[in-house]
Ligand binder design. Sequence first.
Ligand SMILES: *Cc1c(COP(=O)(O)O)cnc(C)c1O
Length: 229
Amino acid sequence: MRSVAQKLIAVREKLVQAARRSRRNPDEITLVAVSKTHPAGQVQEAVDIGQQVFGESYLQEALKKASMLPSYLNWHLIGHLQTNKIRRALGLFSLIHSVHSLALARNIDKIAREKNVLPCLLLEVNVSGETSKFGFTPAALEACMEELLALQCIQINGLMTVAPYAQDPEDSRSFFAQLRECRDRLARQTGTPLGALSMGMSSDYQVAVEEGATLIRVGSSIFGKRHTR
Ligand SMILES: *Cc1c(COP(=O)(O)O)cnc(C)c1O
């Protein structure tokens, strides 16, 4: 069995190769190592070879893990955020990838105002239209983008999507392209760059890089199969 360090190095190499293929600078792409369900000891193995950005889906688990690891790490929330957990989430996460509604964005803005902080957020877009998925439809997002951008105490850095599960990574390509096109349209309409695109997971991150991802969220290819919670 390969170690976490060996697997992480392999993912980094594939990221760089995918960036080169699409004539992109690999330094523009952040590898978010998704450590949900994996213990702090395994996260430390990644830290030991320089990984500093980790993705978690559950606040409680992330808080506990973060308390056992160096304080300079960057924690990103990639899972569903409940309203009653916003305050504590703002204390830990440097980026929230999964803002899926105007109501949630408003609630984050309200709490950020009270705490006098300016959290960085991504808006989750459901490009596939799967009913099981969270996120704005592209049309719904266009309709409320001005309202989102008017919220003063949040910083909207870009968009995030989760592609439908597929055996063949090529099946994800059109969803990633649609997220990029959605971003380009919104950026034109609002004059806001929305530079961040969070897309691609273990099965399809190379395709995501080719389609313009600036953040890829890779779990099982680094840490192995997830433990059940
Ligand atoms: C768990 C998770 C990932 C990582 O998935 P892998 O297939 O293990 O790489 C990425 N994004 C989100 C939103 C997740 O919940």
